[in-house]
Design a protein around this ligand. Sequence first.
Ligand code: ADP
Ligand code: GLC
Length: 469
Amino acid sequence: MVASEAAPFAKTGGLADVVGSLPAALKALGHEVAVLVPRYATVDLKNARRVYDLLPIWLPPQRYDTSLYLIERETPFYFLDYPPLYDRPGFYGEDGEDYPDNHIRFAVLAQAALEFCRRVWRPDILHAHDWQAGLAPAYLRTIYGNDPTFLGIRSLFTIHNVGYHGLFPAAAMADIGLGGSEEFRPDGLEFFGKVCYLKGGLNYADALNTVSPTYAREIQTPEYGFGLDGVLRARSQALSGILNGVDYAEWNPETDAFIAAHYSTADLSGKRICKQDLVNEFGLPAEAMDAPLIGIVSRFTSQKGAGLVAEAADDLVAEGYYLAALGTGEPQYEELFLAMAARHPSRIAVRLGYDNALAHKIEAGADLFLMPSHYEPCGLNQIYSLKYGTVPVVRATGGLDDTIEPGTGFKFWNYSGSELVGALRAAREAFADAEGWRAIMLAGMAKDFSWSVSAAEYARLYERLGARV
Ligand code: ADP
Ligand code: GLC
């Protein structure tokens, strides 16, 4: 597998959770999996072994002398080391600006994945995730297409988010080893005059999947395709949807190391202690303890429905809710959240930033978890919430629609503030009935989204691909 993130080493979102935990689930099914990610500044090499000193990557006229580190967990994680490109504080940029050489950084990652297959570990399947790894399937079919080393290696590309294309000026083709090639065309890497790394995955991989069945359908429509719905329709035979699993070793109220008290379906009493801890942490008043408290952990972007939360904020307060939100993202949405908190200081508390421990405390301490996403390929937080007895209120899109049902959460369909408020009103009424609410919590906690089922689906896909050699 090649990707730009893998938990716990480098994470901005759910991609990292998936790449960090799917390999072990595949191993349990008898597969061997190695993961390659960049060695960013945040990756602690204390427990790493340097396993390869000189892995040269040629993107003429430049040569990048990379090397590899290995950290053994249940499965091996390899780190591509090239400090001038990756030893930086951010993964993709700093202070809201993308790094200007991202096209090089992720072309080197993609090509390193192929050199890795040649020199270190030859797989049957090259599995690339999202645009940052999109060139790997493209290189496999082009520059490496006639190289006998790669004969028989099939590729799978997983789309975690079709909204991020990895677009660069046409001139980038020359910097990534594809200058003068025929690949700059709409069924290749070209997208409206630019180079599109996502298309490297969409057009060149042998198979495609995305992270929920509903999102696999949605992205083939203009409403959700971000201009790539035509490409996806053209490849619909090769495209499937496999719901993400989650790692209950990390996200489980019975064992979670970050929360104030443990609890389970057999004994929910610890949840109130977690709520008190969360109320303290966010400086909310004592009255919040007897009112419904909503949690949000999110990237603050248009995808996540940040604008809709702002639109509904006054009604949410009028309905009697308290809100504790953690997130970071686009400045305009961060400001919206701060403005909400400023308007309702005793009811809405917002923490800007990325904080894994606090994310766990919110999952455990809140009564409800809000995800009013505009679109959601899978979404992991609502699945974690189920396990924590924190009842999800979601917009019925993508993986949110596939994982939440009446009886475990509350859904609304149209992307509108009034529908969101309607769902919150229904949840508020349900919350007033303590016994009924407890039944909803318990139904969610009993749901099992562990990787075993989804990993088996990936394994079947790999096997089908391998059989087609
Ligand atoms: P996405 O990948 O689109 O952001 P997901 O729901 O798939 O959404 O996954 C988000 C993951 O990132 C979850 O594990 C969530 O806890 C974590 N996360 C998101 N924002 C933050 C934050 N501000 N602090 C800590 N963890 C966060
Ligand atoms: C993306 C999507 C999210 C999904 C995650 C992991 O970040 O936005 O919905 O859960 O990838 O697949």
